[in-house]
Design a protein around this ligand. Structure first.
Ligand code: AMP
Ligand code: MG
Length: 490
């Protein structure tokens, strides 16, 4: 098979060029014994780089070594952030570096970024390092998100550093090479706004408009249009998370991108039994980032973004605040619209109109109450819908609901096989089940990458049933789930 692509990344570094006030040139730590653990070949190809050359050569190792790859201009980005509601004026990349930007084979500008590459001026008390398990976790969750069609940052590679990092116990160290539409966060705007330098804030907003919201330039007020765009993308993103049972776990403003991609998969996890109060993170004692709170938290974060934009939105603070508040208030409607559309799709009713559409939305709303009252496995239950049409088996849902749904989805003599194939194409069979992720990471850290590779293979094509992957379709046991906790910043 022809792989195409070159053997080196071609960088073009607009962030460093346009926004020098928002980053510090810096170098990665030296890792003499670094070696490649996992390479994302299809993503390498997307970036126009030959994966075989990356594997064979020292290119990936050179990502974390010296000198930096040709054309890269490594910087630590600076940002503020509201963490669990508390403002921290100076966070920034404590253990990460932006290497530069690459134009991919479809002409999209993508950041190439390292995580775990050593202490930076923003490291505070941290060691600047990352452990192998959490970086592999970030890899598999990103691939799962991508497979599900949810906007996400993705891992290009995980590189073992050959040294151990001290956590509760010594753990093998690693660096993650991450690809993102950009790393501009709500926290980046908070930093620029707080600096009091309106010119810096304007340059940041102009940069983000050009890179992510070019249509805003056609609007009467480009900055208000930027805000509306960001609000809509977050509404769409969180609706997608909610529809697959994803709990991000640490939705601080420094972990929310302006591009609308999911980012920073620390304590995140997919929920099995449906329960809005689900929290996996070991530090989220108050449940601020519980599954059911995610839309409200996104809106709270977007309020913080809106505040930063006020000086750009209007000359008069009152008028600017009023316009921004209107946009912020639209979040709930936008979220509901995206969520309803997603539910219709999962029920095979996205083309419904008229009374059938009303029935589709009623069925969706009722289904959610069934999920909640019976703590049903969200993804497993949706996936079983097609089988209930094909073979008449669907053990978990109430018979009256099923009968109504069958009548609705098979209205006008629709073909059962075609409808069920459409359902399987939108209802994933394989999501990263917590017990499988845990087992795969434990094996990988002990040196056996086979379970990890199999898990990635399953979740990368989540809709397509394949032999040998049956166990990835099963939820964890209630015993596992009740004691399951996730950890961040490791
Ligand atoms: P996170 O929770 O991973 O999004 O990180 C929050 C902040 O803590 C960011 O500024 C990170 O760069 C920083 N951070 C997390 N872990 C470390 C570490 N081991 N060393 C230095 N900084 C870190
Ligand atoms: Mg972060």
């Amino acid at each position: 098979m022809a792989t195409g692509g070159s053997t080196a990344f071609r960088f073009d570094n607009t962030f460093v060029r346009d926004l020098p006030g928002l980053c510090e040139p810096w170098k990665a730590a030296v890792f003499p014994a670094a070696h490649l653990t996992v390479l994302n070949e299809s993503l390498a190809r997307e970036l126009g780089v030959d994966p075989d050359a990356l594997r064979a050569g020292s290119v990936v190792e050179s990502l974390v070594g010296h000198p930096a790859p040709a054309g890269a201009e490594p910087v630590a980005q600076v940002y503020s952030g509201h963490q669990f509601g508390n403002f921290n004026p100076r966070l920034g990349d404590g253990r990460a570096l932006l290497l530069g930007e690459i134009i991919d084979i479809e002409g999209r500008r993508r950041d190439l970024h390292l995580k775990g590459s050593g202490r930076t001026p923003f490291a505070r008390g941290g060691d600047g390092k990352a452990a192998l398990g959490p970086m592999l976790r970030e890899y598999v969750i990103g691939e799962a998100m991508h497979g599900l069609g949810i906007p996400t940052t993705r891992a290009l590679a995980v590189i073992a550093t050959g040294e151990s990092v001290q956590r509760e116990t010594p753990l093998p160290g690693a660096v993650l090479a991450r690809v993102a539409a950009s790393h501009v966060r709500v926290g980046t705007f908070e930093y620029a706004a707080r600096s009091g330098d309106v010119d810096l804030l304007r340059r940041l907003a102009d940069y983000v408009i050009q890179r992510h919201y070019p249509d805003a330039l056609d609007a009467d007020n480009a900055y208000l249009a930027l805000y509306a765009g960001a609000v809509d993308r977050q509404a769409a993103l969180v609706a997608r998370w909610m529809l697959v049972g994803f709990v991000h776990g640490v939705m601080n403003t420094d972990n929310m991108t302006l591009s609308g991609e999911s980012i920073d998969f620390g304590p995140c996890a997919f929920m099995d039994g449906f329960n809005p109060e689900t929290v996996f993170s070991s530090i989220d004692h108050g449940g601020r980032y519980a599954y059911g709170n995610q839309p409200a938290v996104a809106q709270w974060n977007l309020a913080r973004l809106g505040e930063t934009l006020l000086p750009l939105i209007g000359e008069s603070p009152e008028d600017a605040a009023e316009a921004a508040t209107d946009v912020l208030r639209s979040f709930r409607d936008r979220y509901d619209t995206h969520h309803r559309a997603g539910l219709r799709r999962r029920l095979g009713l996205d083309a419904a109109t008229g009374v059938r559409l009303v029935e589709a939305d009623a069925l969706g709303a009722e289904l959610l109450t069934v999920f909640e009252s019976q703590h049903l496995d969200l993804n497993g239950t949706f996936r079983s819908l097609a089988g209930s049409l094909r073979d008449g088996v669907c053990p978990v849902l109430p018979a009256p609901w099923l009968e109504r749904w069958h009548n609705c989805v098979l209205a006008d003599g629709r073909d059962v096989q075609r409808v069920s194939a459409c359902l399987d194409a939108v209802n994933p069979l394989y999501v990263p089940r917590n017990h499988e992720v845990d087992a795969a990471l434990t094996a990988a850290v002990a040196g056996d990458l086979a379970p990890f590779s199999l898990l990635v293979e399953a979740v990368s094509r989540p809709y397509e049933e394949r032999p040998g992957l049956e166990r990835f379709a099963q939820p964890a046991s209630p015993e596992f789930t009740s004691s399951f906790r996730t950890y961040c910043g490791t």
